[in-house]
Ligand binder design. Sequence first.
Ligand code: PHE
Length: 373
Amino acid sequence: MSMTMTYLHTFYVVRDDPTNNVPDNIFSKLGVHLHRRDQHPLGILKNAIYEYFDTHYSNKFNKFDDLCPIVSVKQNFDDVLVPEDHVSRSYNDTYYIDPQTVLRCHTSAHQAELLRTEYTHFLVTGDVYRRDSIDSTHYPVFHQMEGFRVFVPEEWEASGMDATLFAATDLKQCLEGLARHLFGAVEMRWVDTYFPFTNPSFELEIYFKEKWLEVLGCGVTEQEILKRNGKPNNVAWAFGLGLERLAMVLFDIPDIRLFWSNDERFTSQFSKGQLGVKFKPFSKYPPCYKDMSFWINESFTENNLCEVVRGIAGDLVEEVQLIDNFTNKKGMTSHCYRIAYRSMERSLTDEEINDLQWKVREQVQSKLNVVLR
Ligand code: PHE
């Protein structure tokens, strides 16, 4: 067996380790750093958020946007109290480089180390990786910004509130202020939720294209995290914000794949490096739909299907959608998926799409061991 070694940020990564589920099309995204381009929507958004924090907190927040996305399972999960049996730890949801090493699935992976290094106010921006379904708002690589703020007892004591309520109130004020800074008037709502690392936990949703879109998760940091990292007498809040989701709303970008486009008709629209631009679609090329039905087996997952499709069609696949699902008398379950192919940049030919679909059918059978109908 040949071993391909790739040098990256001082890590040697064994590419064909059997426990490595990172395909080349994902691996090639490491180091692209869209969030560090000042004339890219993600860089513009990052800078606008920096500006909000710099002005409201007199430059108190330390900023990191170049921490390595290859992290340990401990950093990504254990340090933020993700339970042993939580789905996010599965090979179906997370990209593993080896059993102890993952591509971070959230910027929360850096909370503990930064706390231990005595940072009390920080923003961490970076690329994060998740195996997921395919549609216009999901892409296996996206960008998050983590915010973290530690309070000392004097701060909440002066308020008369208990520490948790004080932190939660401050957090919501901070993020509502940020939303107004970015959007002006926009419809938003708070939704109670659960994260292993915060309690209470909330999500902020923004109304976009007739739908509520989740743009960030946040909450009051679990005391255990502070205790383990040398801050037993403090309270803290944290948030993790999805840059693509916010940027889609802000700049009117209809499809998440566009962020990766090198088409000059996309990139040139952001050359001012400022908010306030609305994306003008250069043209909408027609989508082409192909349906595919098969009998699934116990190990079938939609994420695995999406990975196969993305591995073949790359950014030409716009959506993979389950359109029919039934179980027959013998207990066999059939799924029918509709795959939408569309390029953001050009018209696809019938021949090209048929060729893609043929390869998809072939690999769905050989890699997922399902029986096409
Ligand atoms: N890490 C969470 C996510 O990726 C977001 C989050 C960050 C929630 C910090 C609470 C606190 O979904």
